[in-house]
Design a protein around this ligand. Sequence first.
Ligand code: WQD
Length: 333
Amino acid sequence: MTILVTGGTGYIGSHTAVELIERGYEVIIADNLSNSSESVLDRIEEITGVKPKFYLIDLTEREPTEKIFEENKIDAVIHFAGLKAVGESWQKPALYYRNNITSSVVLAEVMAEHGCKKLIFSSSATVYGEPKSVPISEDFPLSTTNPYGTTKLMIEKIYTDLATSDKEWNITLLRYFNPIGAHKSGLIGENPNGIPNNLMPYIVKVAAGELYQLSVFGNDYPTPDGTGVRDYIHVTDLALGHVASIEKMTEPGVHIFNLGTGKGYSVLEIVNAFEKVNGVKVPYVITARRPGDIPMCYANPDKAKSELGWETKLGLEDMCRSAWGYAVNKLKK
Ligand code: WQD
């Protein structure tokens, strides 16, 4: 089977490409390199022995997207490509709507024209907004609090309408919780440009001495230690959730799954685990809450377990050790 992975030089896309290649799939990557580097293709080759065919394209443009399908017989698409920084989406909402929505619609139109109607979409737990309770199940109410999250929700609705109007579509919406960690080789990992927005890449840069200290955004939440609780999932477990979706996506229609561990950890629990596992210090200071943050968010992962036969295998220690291992590997270069 040939799988087109859009955003495949990015964090989750590259880890998924590795797992697919190692299971015998042919992987083609399309990316605009706006938040990643073409050198990731060489890292994928170092890990798997295979360098994926690569298209440097802007997926909002129809012609280059059509070229991929004219030159290759694509059996299914995993659509990761998109802008994903919550804070930036408030600074540039029009860019986020144009880029994320237009690319998702152009992709689906071109797929349909070429008879390819198997699509996995990279969605996010952010579509649940502030949940009324935890753990969160797929049938919980949906609401969003920022343009980034709203693009994810809108694309879910667009794809759901496609599947309603054309029964041949087989669409899987995967709602990720908080992916962290890196491939066990230390060759690929999370490598955001500039100052990280997310917790783990920020912790890594503080431990590496690249940033002075971590700001813990509030310790007055209604949580066990007052700091925010999230469902952190190892990026390799997340990648394997996509493999399971490809293997199980036999029935047409729309299939929705949470990809999380079902366990929540607080900011301070993550800091302490990272320090203990890696023998490093992560100085921090408690600061004000970050606008838009919610107190607690973690998954009920039962549906993915029962219908995909998928569950997470890697724990917090693996997540912390691999995140640091990737950073140390980069520092050596
Ligand atoms: C986690 C916890 C912060 C940074 C976002 C998106 C979500 C997904 C994952 C794309 C929170 C705290 C963080 C820091 C801190 N992205 N924190 N200091 O906000 O749960 O989710 O990223 O799909 O859609 O919404 O992740 O890592 O930013 O924050 O105290 O410097 O760490 O308050 O409690 P978040 P995060």
